[in-house]
Every structure is written in structure tokens, then in C-alpha cells.
Design a protein around this ligand. Structure first.
Ligand SMILES: [Zn+2]
Length: 258
């Protein structure tokens, strides 16, 4: 039903038509391929970005570019399935993606980041270079930041990894890919002055990927999960998805008008 929103599914003639219909706007989902506990697939971060891109593109009548399935994930290499790309390489790949799209007339780019704070650094570098060298408009849509008030209303805890937020979203959009009965809770423990979570007053926004030793410990406690996936629900995932799609459509309108 939503196959037509994906650039890779269209012919070049259809793409050309869509560039003008969308005022040169395109969504670019980026995520990661990394372990997500015993209950979620390793593609989770990319899959959630795809889900948001697909729904918002259909609503706003714009295209979505083929997703970038890889992010910066050195800290998740302790468990199998993780593929990490160095951020300096990701900057080059991201820039070339934007430059190619811009060559054909796309000049409004919305990155949708499914890999949270870890991808933000290099996406900012891509965005800055693309604005300066190509004169395009670029925004980064980050679900963690765009849902920080909403998450509190759901009774969910803080942003972690493969926790109730991602679990709910995946459960709603990809019910066949989740194994919630395999999930293990690993309640957050953090210093009151140093924690990365947009919804938390003590958010420092100063993330450094965890060491292999810390991640090994996390893997032993809860199979690579941090947070409480037992609080996840399909209905919560639906509400979360709809909230974010609404915000994303707003951002698309903003970049088109502004
Ligand atoms: Zn994730």
C-alpha cells in the first residue's frame, strides 16, 4: 500500500514527476544494524526510521529514499549481528547520498534518525556540509527528542536500548518481528548529573559510546537490553507512532514553507 513512497520502487520518470510534486522534498531514513536484546531484531533502529518515513511520506505526498541500514555502533559489537561503520565514513556516505539526490533536484532533505544520539553527531556534520556546499535545506528528525513529552504520558521510563519505547513501536509496526516473551528488564541506573535522555532534566547530551567491558556486563544482565521492555504495549506503540508521524509531517511542512 505504501510501496509507492519509496524512491527505489519508482522508475526515473516517476521520480522526476515526484520531485516537482513534492517541491524537492525527500525523507532519508538512517538507523543501525546492531543487537537489540533477545526480543527485537538487529535491524530495529533502521526499521523504526523506515516505519516513520513510510507513514509520513504517504501523508505528506513526498518520497522516501532507500534507507541507510548502518550506523555508528562500536559499543554493540559484543553481541552477534552488529555491523558498525566508522562515523568519518558515514559522513562521506551521507553527504554523497544528499549530493546525488540534490543533483536531480531534491533540495529539501529530512533525515529520520532511528539510532538516537549515536548517529546525531555525524548527521550534523553531513547537514552542515550539505547546506554550505550544496545550498540545500537539511533537518534531522530525531524520534527521541520529538517524543520527549509524549513518552512521559505513556508511563514509560527513560530512553535506553531495546526498552519499552522501541519495543512498543516495533510491536505495533512489525508484530511478526518481535518476541516480547523473550524480553528481559534491566532498570536504569545512572548518575543524577550525567545521563543521556532528552526527557530527563539531567540530560547532558554528551554521549560517548560505552566501552566493550560495560557492554559485556549489560549483555550478561539482560541480553543487551537497558530499560524495561515489560512495560511495552502494542497500543502504546500505535499511539507513539501516530504522535511521531504527526510531528514529522509538521517538520516536512516547515521545511517546504521555510
Ligand atoms: Zn535502538
Amino acid at each position: 500500500m505504501t510501496q509507492h513512497v519509496w524512491l527505489q520502487n519508482l522508475t526515473w520518470e516517476e521520480v522526476r514527476e515526484k520531485i516537482s510534486e513534492s517541491q524537492g522534498t525527500i525523507l532519508l531514513p538512517v538507523g543501525s544494524t546492531e543487537q537489540h536484546g533477545p526480543h527485537l531484531p538487529v535491524g530495529t533502529d533502521t526499521l523504526v526510521a523506515i516505519a516513520l518515513a513510510e507513514s509520513a511520506a504517504a501523508e505528506a505526498h513526498v518520497l522516501a529514499a532507500p534507507p541507510l541500514w548502518f550506523g555508528w555502533s562500536p559499543h554493540h559489537m559484543v553481541l552477534p549481528g552488529t555491523i558498525t561503520i566508522r562515523p568519518e565514513i558515514l559522513v562521506e556516505v551521507g553527504f554523497d547520498m544528499v549530493a546525488s539526490l540534490n543533483h536531480h533536484g531534491f533540495d529539501k532533505i529530512v533525515f529520520i534518525n532511528g539510532h538516537r544520539i549515536v548517529n546525531v553527531t555525524w548527521l550534523q556534520m553531513v547537514g552542515e556540509r550539505a547546506k554550505r556546499k550544496l545550498g540545500v535545506k537539511v533537518v534531522i528528525f530525531d524520534p527521541a527528542y520529538m517524543s520527549k513529552e509524549f513518552v512521559g504520558t505513556m508511563g514509560w521510563g527513560e530512553v535506553g536500548h531495546a526498552e519499552e519505547i522501541e519495543g512498543s513501536h516495533m510491536w505495533h509496526y512489525y508484530p511478526d518481528l518481535v518476541k516480547m516473551d523473550r524480553a528481559k528488564d534491566n532498570p536504569h541506573r545512572h548518575h543524577p548529573r550525567y545521563h543521556v535522555d532528552p526527557g530527563y532534566a539531567g540530560d547532558t547530551l554528551c554521549y560517548v559510546p560505552s566501552s566493550p567491558e560495560d557492554m559485556k556486563a549489560m549483555a550478561e544482565i539482560a541480553g543487551g537490553t537497558s530499560g524495561e521492555p515489560s512495560k511495552a504495549s502494542e497500543a502504546g506503540g500505535k499511539a507513539y507512532h501516530e504522535h511521531l508521524v504527526g510531528r514529522l509531517v509538521d517538520v516536512i511542512r516547515m521545511i517546504q514553507q521555510g
